[in-house]
Write a protein that binds this ligand. Structure first.
Ligand code: ATP
Ligand code: MG
Length: 655
């Protein structure tokens, strides 16, 4: 991607300074940038003191076999001990680790002491089921505390976990279980979603039936949540309440090498077939402990809530490892934001006095669609920092979030990172940065990021290019599970010694970075390269639009044509031809005539992954009248049908 034709976002000139009190007491200060750039590895060695090592490391980084990294060489530690036991030993056993809120309204507070007992019991039960260090365990669970316990029990045993999103089909589960060669599946009878129990165990049975004789799975451990009738296969399936709840609460954690595999997480599959990303122990924990402390400015009295599902990397890094390493108190919520009312999230924030809140732009846009009246009726004054992750947050959504959820004063940390990076890489610092809505700003202290051109050379300010990481970082992926060649090829082959993230980005006149969308999604219209993010942001800035997705569809005259799918705000009625014209003109005015969508289709929903990301490749299939491709990672399988029905019913519009 080159600068040519990438339109200009510099009409965004709003800035938000950190509140004075936050700035005065911030954990992470501007000085950290200097310290880290003066001695990057020394900086990371200091961050490594945030966790407890059984054996100290002797070398911070071994990069001699690049791109295969070893961090904190020679160190040994136990991840679960670091997340749980040491807080109990330090006298914080009575501190709440999780305020669990079930969708039907049941609640449960779990202290660090409770968590230590339950994790120990689960570890003992897994050992009894034959799990040994190094064995893989698949976790396919709803958002209930047992999911966290299961993850930590695996970590405690050095048995890498692979969490599969509970909303995925049996096919998706089967392929991951097979790819990872998982010995055990931990699941539940079901969970509550949209006001009703939703069964999970039958999908496990289906997945195992599909794998048949080749199935690596020896046992299925089933937690009870919905108490619905559940078929259990004799000899293979066991209940959590039979084997975990009755197990001993004594379990001595063993120390593992810093490079011992911690987990495999499959990417969202936004751009293609999901990849099994391998994270190891020491470096991953260090960067997560550091970023949770610094980017969320975590203080002991904070109540943190990350709305991500446990099946996404954000659920791993910022619901399990980062917060627990810091001894944080969190909220965990089982269900959907609109059950029983569209104010559910805001009720939870006011009930628990949530101070730090982390969600995705898609959720914010959904709340925009529902209207500001809903949050306005709740007391959200406890919030002091809010985060965003998953895609660029459109300036419009950013300002709405800040004004309506953040009482017009709460800073937003727009955190750019990936499954592959394991932890935050780019973000404003909440107590330091004068933030610009829509920009992830710059690399956090300790991380080195550039925007480069086709030749791998840094672009100048005001220019666009490819986002790369220029130095290895502690939480980096170590490989793609079972496929070292694909790891090298996917991330390290484009330029020597640069990690290519797959995202396009632009530096503004101050050198701050704006994410422009996936390089794969960049559109080429009559030789002009257009960013999906910019056109989507322009659409969302129109008062009638709640959400937008833009794709390039093959076009005989222009090469590609811009095709937009939009969801209207509830206040906008159901659209019609006038809206379509209005929106086209709006984009033309905001960006330029070249960016005007050739077609705009008003749709009720957009195809999203489990993490709320739009799967543009499926929309491209619709726009090009093809059969839609692999949709196995769609959060809601019915959406594509809804979209094509809507288009069939004439809700779309041609130029
Ligand atoms: P796949 O790699 O399988 O296509 P994916 O990239 O969607 O899936 P994730 O690792 O969950 O899987 O997402 C990381 C990507 O999300 C980033 O590469 C980037 O495109 C986008 N992203 C995450 N956070 C931000 C952010 N704050 N601003 C802009 N984009 C973001
Ligand atoms: Mg990706």
């Amino acid at each position: 991607m080159t600068e040519q034709g990438i339109s200009n976002l510099s009409n965004e000139n709003r800035r938000f300074e950190p509140p004075a009190e936050l700035a005065a007491n911030a954990n992470l200060t501007a000085e950290a940038y200097e310290r880290a750039s003066a001695d990057r590895l020394g900086f990371w060695a200091e961050q490594a003191e945030r966790i407890s090592w059984s054996t100290p490391f002797t070398e911070v980084l071994d990069w001699t076999k690049a791109p295969f990294a070893k961090w904190f060489v020679g160190g040994t530690l136990n991840a679960a001990y670091n997340c749980v036991d040491r807080h109990v030993e330090a006298g914080h056993g009575e501190r709440v680790a999780f305020h669990f809120v079930g969708e039907p309204g049941d609640t449960r507070d779990i202290t660090y002491a409770n968590l230590k007992d339950e994790v120990s019991q689960a570890a003992n039960a897994l050992v009894d089921l034959g799990v040994k260090t190094g064995d893989r365990v698949a976790i396919y669970m709803p958002m209930i505390p047992e999911a966290i316990v299961a993850i930590l029990a695996c970590a405690r045993l050095g048995a890498p976990h692979t969490v599969v999103f509970g909303g995925f089909s049996s096919d998706a589960l089967a392929s991951r279980v097979e790819d990872c060669d998982a010995k055990i599946i931990i699941t539940a009878d079901g969970g509550y979603r949209r006001g009703a129990p939703s069964a999970l165990k039958p999908a496990v049975d289906e997945a195992l039936a599909k794998l048949g004789d080749t199935s690596p799975v020896q046992h299925v451990l089933v937690a009870r949540r919905t108490e619905t009738d559940t078929e259990m296969t004799e000899g293979r399936d066991v209940w959590w309440h039979d084997v975990v709840a009755t197990a001993s609460t004594d379990h001595t954690p063993e120390a593992f090498d810093a490079e011992h595999p911690l987990y495999v997480m499959y990417t969202s599959g936004t751009t293609g077939k999901p990849k099994g990303i391998l994270h190891t122990t020491g470096g991953y924990l260090v960067q997560n402990a550091y970023t949770f402390w610094g980017i969320f400015d975590h203080k002991p009295d904070d109540v943190f809530w990350c709305t991500a599902d446990i099946g996404w990397v954000t659920g791993h890094s910022y619901m399990v490892y980062g917060p627990l390493l810091n001894g944080a108190t969190q909220v965990m919520y089982e269900g959907t934001p609109d059950t029983p009312t569209k104010g559910r999230w805001w009720d939870i924030i006011s009930d628990y006095g949530v101070t730090l809140f982390y969600t995705a732009p898609t959720a914010i846009r959904t709340c925009m669609k529902w209207g500001e009246q809903i949050p306005a009726e709740r007391d959200l004054s406890s919030l002091r920092i809010m985060g965003s992750v998953g895609e660029s947050i459109n300036p419009e959504a950013y300002v709405w979030y800040r004004d309506n959820i953040g009482s017009g004063r709460t800073p937003i940390v727009d955190t750019w990172w990936q499954t592959e990076t394991g932890a935050h890489m780019m973000s404003p610092l909440p107590g330091v940065t004068s933030a610009k809505p829509g920009s992830a700003m710059r690399a956090i202290p300790g991380i080195d990021i550039e925007v480069v051109d086709d030749a791998g050379q840094p672009v100048g300010n005001g220019e666009g290019g490819y986002l790369v990481v220029t130095e290895p970082w502690p939480a980096m992926l170590r490989t793609i599970w079972g496929d070292d060649d694909r790891y090298k090829e996917t991330y390290w082959s484009r330029w020597e010694n640069l990690y290519f993230a797959g995202d396009g980005a632009k530096k503004d006149d101050d050198g701050d970075i704006w994410l422009m969308g996936r390089v794969d999604d960049v559109m080429n219209v009559s030789g002009h390269r257009l960013s999906t993010t910019e056109i989507e942001s322009a659409l969302v800035s129109h008062p009638k639009v709640a959400e937008a997705a833009v794709v390039g569809a093959a076009d005989d005259t222009t090469g590609q044509a811009v095709v937009a799918f939009v969801i209207l705000r509830e206040s906008a009625g159901d659209g019609g031809q006038e809206v379509v014209k209005e929106l086209r003109d709006h984009v033309g005015k905001e960006i330029g005539p070249i960016a005007k969508p050739k077609r705009i289709m008003v749709v009720p929903e957009l195809p999203k992954t489990r993490s709320g990301k739009i799967m543009r490749r499926l929309l491209r299939d619709v726009a090009e009248d093809r059969e839609v491709g692999d949709s196995s990672t769609l959060a809601d399988a019915g959406v594509m049908q809804l979209i094509s029905d809507g288009i069939g019913a004439g809700k779309g519009d041609d130029d």
